[in-house]
Design a protein around this ligand. Structure first.
Ligand SMILES: CSCCC(=O)/C(O)=C/O
Ligand SMILES: [Fe+2]
Ligand code: NI
Length: 209
C-alpha cells in the first residue's frame, strides 16, 4: 500500500530504490509500498514516519509560519531527541535567471557524498527531494514527499538531490546551533546513480504506462 493516495495534482509519492554501488549500478529494489520502505530502511537504522500535511503550506511560507503550524510535531521530536536548533530550508522556482543560478549552486552543495556528525532529520512540508544513503555497498534512494519525516543516524554517508528545478520546503533538526555542517568524502559514487530528474521521469512513465 502506498503511504498516501495519489492526488489529481500529480504530487509525488514516497518511493525507495536500492542500487548496488558498483561502477555499473544494478537496481535491487524499487517500491512505493509503505511497509516495504519502512522495513528496508529499518535494516540500516533509518526511520521514515509520516505527519499530517498542512495543505496551505505545501507551496512554502515563512519560517515562522511553518514552525508555528507544525509546533506540536516539532516539539515532540525536539523533546524525544534533544535537538537544540530547528530551521526551515526551502527553494521554489520564481522564473528569474538569478533563481536558476541560485538553484544550481544549492543543488551542487548537497550533490556530493558527505557525512554529518549529527543526525539528519528532515520533515517535508512541501515539494520533494531524494536522499541517497550509501551503506554497506548499497545506495538507498529515498524520494521524500510532503508529510515524510526522515531520520538518518549521524555519520551515515549520503547525498541529496533536489533536481534541476528545485521546489521543496523542509524542516531541519540539529543538535548543534551551527546548523548544516558537511564532511565531504570525495567518493564520486553520486555521479553514477540515477539522479532526481531521471528517477522522477522514470516513475511518471511507469505510472502512465
Ligand atoms: C531537504 S533539507 C536540505 C538538504 C540537507 O540538509 C542535507 O544535509 C542533505 O544532505
Ligand atoms: Fe546531508
Ligand atoms: Ni506509484
Amino acid at each position: 500500500m502506498p503511504f498516501h493516495v495519489e492526488e489529481a495534482d500529480n504530487r509525488l509519492m514516497t518511493q525507495l530504490t536500492v542500487y548496488t554501488d558498483a561502477e555499473n549500478p544494478e537496481t535491487l529494489l524499487e517500491t512505493e509500498d509503505a511497509e516495504d520502505i519502512t522495513a528496508t530502511l529499518k535494516e540500516i537504522d533509518v526511520r521514515l514516519r509520516q505527519w499530517e500535511v498542512i495543505e496551505a503550506l505545501t507551496s512554502g511560507g515563512s519560517q515562522e509560519e511553518i514552525l508555528a503550524a507544525y509546533r506540536e510535531e516539532v516539539a515532540r521530536v525536539v523533546a524525544e531527541e534533544g535537538y537544540t536548533f530547528v530551521d526551515v530550508a526551502q527553494l521554489h522556482p520564481d522564473g528569474t535567471p538569478e533563481w536558476a543560478e541560485k538553484a544550481r549552486g544549492a543543488r551542487e552543495k548537497f550533490l556530493n557524498e558527505h557525512t554529518h556528525d549529527d543526525d539528519e532529520v528532515r520533515f517535508f512540508v512541501g515539494g520533494s527531494g531524494i536522499f541517497y544513503l550509501h551503506v554497506s555497498g548499497k545506495v538507498y534512494a529515498v524520494l521524500c514527499e510532503p508529510g515524510d519525516l526522515l531520520s538518518v543516524p549521524k555519520n551515515t554517508t549520503h547525498w541529496f538531490d533536489m533536481g534541476t528545478r528545485p521546489d521543496f520546503t523542509a524542516i531541519r533538526f540539529f543538535h548543534d546551533d551551527d546548523g548544516w555542517v558537511g564532511d565531504f568524502t570525495g567518493d564520486p559514487v553520486s555521479s553514477r546513480i540515477p539522479d532526481y530528474d531521471s528517477t522522477v521521469a522514470r516513475r511518471a512513465a511507469r505510472h502512465q504506462g
